[in-house]
Ligand binder design. Structure first.
Ligand SMILES: [Ca+2]
Ligand SMILES: [Ca+2]
Length: 502
């Protein structure tokens, strides 16, 4: 009975993966790569990364083992980060043109890479024509301007409002000081605009979906209303292009994230697994790291059963992995953090530059440094950078070094692609010691085991069932796993892939 139930759950989960997330486009994209276009690759020599530059790196991304890309905002904006949009149906001229975007999507699809774009619709720029028109009208004392209802203007200010100069009006701004007035998402006119924006990108530009920015700020302090708005976004996207992939930024704890899944959005970033205090990095620091990892993994399973997870270590708003795991002098720790991420179920997201162990912490621009290719000049650094640090060699050097972080991340990505049980299967922990564990991944009738050594020393603590053979592995150094009868010896931070004997 138990088995039938869990099989049904698994079938349901798979149905979600294959039918809902990816209707007619084949296997799901399981390894996603987040790109900040500004800092990535410059095609025209003006020092700013652009879409044509990214097109030139698609082979790199594909060979590294990524089959999905999330682009931080590409729409016109007065800021370098472009989270304050002035035109939702265009490309910022710094990055290129709509034709370039069309070419990027086409080229990505030809290489089997899906592409989603950031959609910040909690707020616009103060320079958006809607806001300029509304404010202009209020200053003239006109109250019949159609754009006034697009924002939340009020005459009773609070800590989240900003005065409109020369009037007694104030507007809501959740991200204070960012020149980012919140949209009034109750307005039917705003919802119609947003539906048209979704249609434009999904249909005219043929992107595969969206990363939804700041979803808990849609209706700040009112989760049910934010969830209702997310449902509107999901239903609209499904009507426009079934199978569109939507992933939301709900920067909260597990239980609040679980509530947000009720919206029908495909997935939400697993913030509790990310950053220095998150499940992955904190497990590595624990006195009994394997036990800590399993305990954390189980927490996620309990809170988020039967939904698609999107775990990650870092993004453009967080410190980078090198800092999270004290990895500057210990690249093996950086590699192993990636492995602990990659062994998780669901779609993993990796921020550009993590594949070479780039550093970044503190002020936001420091977390968004120019990609370090080595064979071409870096782009300009984003304005406001106070610390430029590259602890490991650039891409072109790491490519040549079989023991580099780059080649480790590449091997990990390929492992996830070779054995879809890892990302899409069900995870069970067969043996858990203080410093090592044996996990089983099963998907329909396929099954594999992963033996993981969490320590900086060799281990022989795992006792294997006699029915397994050593198939593959992922190693931070030159030493590999050895199976002698039922005794498996694993090198420091070593991971062995074992299959049932046929
Ligand atoms: Ca450029
Ligand atoms: Ca809002």
């Amino acid at each position: 009975m138990k088995k039938t139930t869990s099989l049904l759950c698994l079938l349901l989960a798979l149905a979600l993966f294959f039918v809902s997330a990816f209707a007619d486009t084949g296997a799901p994209s399981i390894n996603w790569y987040e790109v900040f276009v500004y800092s990535y690759a410059d095609s025209d020599g003006d020092g700013i990364g652009d879409l044509r530059g990214l097109i030139g790196k698609l082979d790199y991304i594909r060979e590294l083992g990524y089959d999905g890309i999330w682009l931080m905002p590409v729409m016109p904006s007065p800021s370098y980060h472009k989270y304050d949009v002035t035109d939702y149906m265009n490309i910022d001229p710094e990055y290129g043109s709509l034709d370039d975007m069309g070419a990027l999507v086409k080229a990505a699809h030809e290489k089997g890479i899906r592409l989603i774009i950031d959609l910040p619709v909690n707020h616009t720029s103060t320079q958006h024509p809607w806001f300029l028109s509304a404010v202009n009208a209020l200053k003239k004392g006109e109250d019949n301007n159609p754009y006034i209802e697009y924002y939340n203007f009020t005459k009773t200010p609070d800590s989240k409002t900003v005065p409109v100069e020369g009037t007694d009006w104030h507007y809501e701004e959740q991200f204070s000081g960012g020149s980012m007035p919140d949209l009034n998402l109750d307005s039917q006119a705003v919802r119609e605009e947003i539906r048209e924006i979704l249609r434009f990108w999904l249909t005219d530009l043929n992107v595969d979906g969206f990363r939804l920015d700041a979803v808990t700020s849609f209706y700040a302090g009112n989760d049910p209303k934010s969830i209702e708005f997310l449902r509107f976004l999901k239903e609209s996207a499904e009507q426009i292009k079934p199978g569109s992939f939507l992933v939301g930024e709900c920067w909260k704890g597990l239980h609040q994230i679980a509530d947000y899944y009720q919206s029908g959005i495909d997935s939400f970033f697993l913030f509790p697994a990310s950053q220095a205090e998150g499940y992955i990095a904190s497990s590595m620091r624990a006195r009994k790291p394997a036990e800590a990892y399993v305990k954390n993994y189980q927490k996620v399973k309990d809170a988020l059963p039967d939904v698609l997870w999107t775990p990650f270590l870092s993004n453009h708003d967080t410190g980078r992995t090198v800092g999270l795991v004290q990895g500057r002098q210990a690249p093996e720790r950086v590699k192993f953090a990636h492995a602990l991420l990659g062994l998780m179920e669901g779609f993993t997201f990796t921020y550009y530059g993590e594949e070479i162990g780039m550093a970044g912490a503190g002020e936001d621009p420091n977390k968004r440094l120019a990609m370090d290719w080595g064979d071409v000049p870096r782009t300009n650094q984003p304005p406001g950078v106070t610390r430029e640090e590259y602890p490991f060699p650039p891409v072109n050097e790491q490519m040549q070094d079989p023991l580099s972080i780059f080649n480790y991340v590449k091997a990990l990505n390929h492992l996830r692609q070779t054995y879809p049980e890892i990302a899409l299967g069900e995870t069970a922990f067969e043996q858990v010691n203080a410093d090592s564990l044996l996990m089983r991944k099963s998907l329909f009738d396929a099954e594999l085991y992963l033996a993981v050594n969490f320590s900086a020393k060799e281990t022989r603590d795992i006792t294997l069932p006699a029915s397994l053979t050593l198939q593959d592995g992922l190693y931070t150094g030159e030493e590999k796993a050895v199976l002698n009868g039922e005794t498996l010896s694993l090198p420091p931070y070593g991971i062995a892939v074992l299959l049932p004997k046929r």
